[in-house]
Design a protein. Structure first.
Length: 63
């Protein structure tokens, strides 16, 4: 009674555009967050999620 249907359903045919749009939006938001957090104004802020990574790059470039 519950579980998988006994006939095939074209689920991805109808949901494909929404899944694709979700992936594109997620990618765009990730790139935007990365771009904003790498601005010089926010780069040296310890609250920045990428602070340790930026400090490691800064330390590597000094040596």
């Amino acid at each position: 009674m519950f579980g998988m249907r006994s006939w095939p359903s074209p689920y991805f045919k109808f949901m494909g555009p929404f899944i694709t749009a979700g992936v594109v939006v997620l990618y765009g938001v990730t790139k935007l967050q990365r771009a904003v957090s790498s601005i010089d104004e926010h780069r040296d802020n310890p609250q920045n999620p990428y602070y340790a990574e930026f400090q490691a790059q800064k330390h590597k470039s000094e040596h």
